[in-house]
Design a protein around this ligand. Structure first.
Ligand SMILES: *[C@@H]1O[C@H](CO)[C@@H](O)[C@H](O)[C@H]1NC(C)=O
Ligand SMILES: *[C@@H]1O[C@H](CO)[C@@H](O)[C@H](O)[C@H]1NC(C)=O
Ligand SMILES: *[C@@H]1O[C@H](CO)[C@@H](O)[C@H](O)[C@H]1NC(C)=O
Ligand SMILES: *[C@@H]1O[C@H](CO)[C@@H](O)[C@H](O)[C@H]1NC(C)=O
Ligand SMILES: *[C@@H]1O[C@H](CO)[C@@H](O)[C@H](O)[C@H]1NC(C)=O
Length: 860
């Protein structure tokens, strides 16, 4: 039993035993968050203890009790309100009661000196039950007590809806109202007697074990018609004539009849025969009940018991119950969602007045900051929108949010949330918008979430970088990658597990030339303030054509020919060396691309990306002025054309790491992320000390521009470096850059041409796989290295390169993983060298391996 004495003052003992019934009553304060407490006028006649105090609700429209119940159990719920002039105003309240999202009854206390009690028999659809008081006019809703009594599930069954108690009485000339403990279920039995009746009774107890557990005191007395031959009649007038009625009749013979005597009668309910002819058994309960509801003509219900012609004795009746049907058509909000939102509410201590009762329904009482998908009343509504912006939330992002599985928009902006951005947000498939800006979140944005962003999720966080404010040093484990190489000669399977366990590097600060432009967005993402900032910056960096001529000394020293024009050496004021790319008139790079590259390079800054010093944009003359990279490009070096020196293996690894870092920054560090689309060895430039930087962003695309950002209509790039998948589908993604990077790695390892029609296999990846299958590892490595490398690190880089250049993009790692692995390779190389323990490079050729070549790209 749940028995709440509403408004019980904290100073009074709770729970206490109610003297009349012996039931334990407790304060309601744990079940409701709102309302004020009051006490009835003490000068009024004494009443039941639990009605003395009360709770009233001057604030809000809907105020709800939230009770823990057992789903599927039949409950008798009783609500009692006794006004008792608690506020001294002598205005009786009138308001509505709702069970969950459904209207139950109107409480109107006018002229009800002893209050109003309403009962309902209800089966909760979840483990929590909301009982809501709804303000409907000027008066203030109030409640004196709330009681819940579990009942057996096989009694009081309806076709649909719930049973609202209309009448329950037993036929006796006494006026003793029965309840607990007489009725173990605490039903309240009123009394009724009619002068046309005669009471008969017994002192003996009856067998009442037919499920209904009718109290003994009800079964001990019965009424029969005073006139032996007259029928037994009862009429009841309904409050609402159209109500549907369920009828329950309880019979128990109280007279021991001589053998041969019997009492037999028919029941007529509104003139219709009701059930079969009955003969009540001595001291044994028989209950006759409706299986379908009926309406009573004109709202007047009539019961008649007529003895059969053979019956020796007149009809008898002990007790009667009448219920009206209440329909509860609106189903409650999805239970998981309710549990989750209640957890969120509890975690953040949200005490909004509207956050009571069912979150979604009825629509007019929708919790503020929420939106739901509630199309019809028969499917549970689900929460699709949660906006807790500017609510002073503290602590971490609530884990319970992940259980709002249909959430589409989540706004937690402008709070004091701390901790990291949780990974689970990435797994919430419906999410389209997350606003986390203006919080104190730290750490890295999970990769999975960034991946979702590329699928169209709009993620709004402060700052431009993958790393939010604060330190990003955390231990992270990425999934174990397995690559299997199968030996064809020895038919031996060698499974190489790359267990990549590593610590994050501290984010390098961006180059010293970093501009205050971190919020500049491209294209349609440019906001008004950004536009002015970028245009100021663009003015500052703009050169005239005559200045360009001066810088390059009239194009005196060409450095080489790039994709879109010739590159010349130059210097600004005789101090800063620069490389000037003059876009040829016939260049395929249009003006739009030129502008895009300028804006992009003004926006991104990274030590491994070539930076833009300035540009020239005069009619007919377009030029880009880059920082000067004294050591030319990687391809040039590998080919040995730069000078006769050979790049050492460790230098090659460092170059690969630098280039990978630049690419990782584009993919992961930038916001919006970008793809380079033309990663190749000629676009990796080497500066002093062989610091490598990525160059040539003319084809780059940022990909946060709405839904189709992935799909590029033009397949651009350089043959041989082009992702075969991208080639087939025209989709552009950073995994295509990874493919190109893999090809560059293969060049670094093998120093082979990317495409060479004279080889057995023309494409470098095919050729490498072919050589691997032959077991000729030494034959793969650049002969110029003369075996001067640690075979273990070379092997790992080779594996990594083949993973990156995998024809299937799903199998490729991302650049973050690539960077980590390359760094480990370098560490491995250095430590082996340092210890003078170079593993025998001659041992590796003994391992003969096979590589599945069937879906490798063919040369283009
Ligand atoms: C009461 O009646 C039920 C069946 O209606 C029977 O199973 C049970 O044994 C009876 N109890 C007693 C004490 O006679
Ligand atoms: C008893 O009821 C019968 C049938 O309704 C009626 O005819 C008779 O007059 C009644 N007797 C008395 C004493 O009222
Ligand atoms: C969240 O609510 C705030 C204030 O009510 C509003 O400004 C903001 O636009 C809402 N966010 C979303 C995503 O609708
Ligand atoms: C999410 O729901 C599941 C099942 O209902 C529950 O076991 C889990 O604890 C919930 N998670 C959180 C964080 O509340
Ligand atoms: C995200 O929240 C911030 C702070 O409340 C607000 O200024 C910004 O407009 C929001 N962005 C979107 C797209 O809702």
């Amino acid at each position: 039993f749940i028995s709440l004495d509403c408004g019980l003052a904290p100073s009074e003992a709770s729970p206490y035993i109610e003297p009349d019934t012996g039931l334990w009553f407790s304060s309601d304060s744990d079940f409701i968050q709102s309302g004020k407490i009051g006490k009835i006028d003490p000068s009024l006649p004494k009443t039941i203890k639990s009605y003395v105090t009360l709770r009233y609700f001057p604030d809000g429209i809907r105020n709800c009790y939230n009770l823990s119940v057992k789903q599927g159990t039949n409950y008798l719920m009783r609500f009692t309100a006794l006004y008792g002039n608690y506020d001294g105003l002598n205005i009786t309240p009138m308001f509505d009661l709702y069970v969950g999202p459904n209207f139950w009854v109107t409480i109107d206390l006018e002229n009800k000196i002893s209050g109003q009690s309403e009962e309902i028999i209800y089966i909760p659809r979840s483990n929590s039950l909301d009982l809501c008081l709804i303000k409907t006019g000027a008066t203030t809703p109030m409640v004196s007590s709330v009681e819940l009594r579990p009942l057996a599930n096989d009694i009081y069954i309806t076709e649909s809806g719930s049973l609202k108690s209309f009448k329950r009485y037993y036929l006796t000339s006494s006026d003793t109202i029965l309840s607990y403990p007489n009725d173990v279920k605490d039903r309240i039995w009123e009394t009724k007697f009619d002068p046309e009746w005669m009471q008969i009774s017994t002192a003996l107890e009856a067998n009442n074990s037919n499920g209904f557990l009718v109290p003994q005191n009800v079964l001990k007395t019965a009424a029969i018609p005073a006139n032996d031959t007259a029928p037994f009649n009862i009429t009841e007038e309904l409050d609402f004539p159209d109500d549907q009625i369920y009828l329950y009749l309880h019979f128990s013979e109280v007279q021991a009849l001589p053998i041969g005597d019997f009492r037999e009668f028919d029941i007529f309910w509104n003139g219709q025969q009701f059930d079969k002819t009955i003969r009540p058994e001595y001291l044994k309960t028989t209950t006759i009940k409706s299986t379908t509801p009926v309406t009573c003509k004109g709202g007047v219900c009539n019961l008649e018991l007529i003895r059969t012609t053979n019956s020796i004795l007149p009809p008898l009746l002990n007790a009667i119950e009448l219920y009206t049907v209440v329909k509860f058509p609106q189903v409650e909000t999805n239970e998981n969602d309710v549990v989750a939102i209640l957890k969120i509410k509890a975690q953040y201590g949200l005490n909004r007045i509207t956050w009571q009762g069912d979150p979604c329904v009825p629509q007019k009482f929708l919790w503020d900051g929420l939106n739901c998908n509630s199309t019809d009343t028969s499917t549970p509504p689900i929460i699709t929108y949660l906006n807790l912006s500017s609510n002073g939330l503290e602590g971490t992002i609530a884990a319970a949010i992940q259980n709002l599985t249909h959430l589409e928009k989540l706004d937690l902006s402008n709070n004091n949330l701390t901790g990291e951005v949780p990974e689970f947000l990435a797994n919430m498939k419906s999410l389209m918008l997350i606003n986390l800006s203006k919080n104190n979140l730290i750490g890295l944005i999970p990769q999975a979430l960034l991946d979702r962003e590329k699928e169209g999720l709009q993620l709004i966080v402060d700052g431009e970088h993958r790393c939010l404010s604060g330190s990003c040093v955390t231990e992270k484990k990425i999934p174990v990658k397995t690559v299997a190489f199968v030996s064809s000669a020895t038919v031996m399977v060698i499974i190489v597990l790359l267990v990549l366990i590593f610590a994050f590097k501290k984010k390098k600060s961006s180059s010293s030339k970093a501009l205050p432009l971190s919020s500049i967005k491209l294209g349609e993402n440019v906001t008004s303030t950004n536009i002015s900032e970028i245009s100021i910056e663009m003015k500052r960096r703009k050169f005239t054509y005559s200045e360009v001529m001066k810088i390059t000394k009239n194009l005196a020293r060409p450095l080489g020919e790039g994709g879109f024009g010739v590159v010349y050496h130059g210097d600004i004021n005789g101090s800063q060396q620069v490389a000037v790319k003059l876009l040829s008139q016939s260049s395929t790079q249009g003006y739009k691309e030129f502008k895009a590259e300028v804006e992009l390079l003004l926006r991104v800054h990274h030590i491994n990306l070539v930076s833009l010093v300035g540009y020239c944009d005069e009619r007919g003359h377009l030029a880009l002025i880059y920082e000067y990279m004294s050591n030319g490009d990687l391809k040039h070096h590998l080919s040995g054309k730069h000078d006769s020196s050979v790049l050492k293996w460790s230098t090659r690894l460092q170059i690969a790491i630098d280039a990978a870092l630049g690419l990782e920054y584009l993919h992961i560090g930038c916001r919006p992320p970008m793809v380079h689309r033309d990663v190749k060895s000629t676009n990796i430039l080497l500066g002093e000390g062989f610091t490598a930087k990525l160059a040539d962003f003319g084809l780059s695309r940022s990909f946060q521009l709405g839904g189709e950002y992935h799909v590029s209509t033009v397949v651009a790039g350089t043959p041989g470096y082009l992702d075969p998948e991208c080639y087939r589908t025209g989709r552009l993604a950073e995994l295509s850059d990874v493919y190109s990077f893999g090809v560059v790695l293969l060049e670094i390892i093998t120093n082979q041409d990317v495409v060479d029609q004279t080889r057995e296999k023309s494409h470098i990846a095919e050729w490498t796989a072919f050589m691997l299958n032959r077991g000729d590892i030494a034959g793969i490595m650049d002969p110029n290295l003369h075996g001067d490398y640690n075979s273990h690190s070379a092997w790992r880089v080779l594996e990594l390169a083949m993973l990156c250049a995998n024809p299937s993009s799903e199998k490729r790692p991302n650049m973050f993983q690539v960077v980590i692995e390359l760094k480990e390779c370098l560490t491995c190389e250095m430590s082996m060298k340092g210890n003078g323990q170079d593993m025998d490079s001659q041992s590796s050729p003994k391992v003969s391996i096979s590589y599945d070549t069937k879906d490798l790209p063919s040369a283009r």
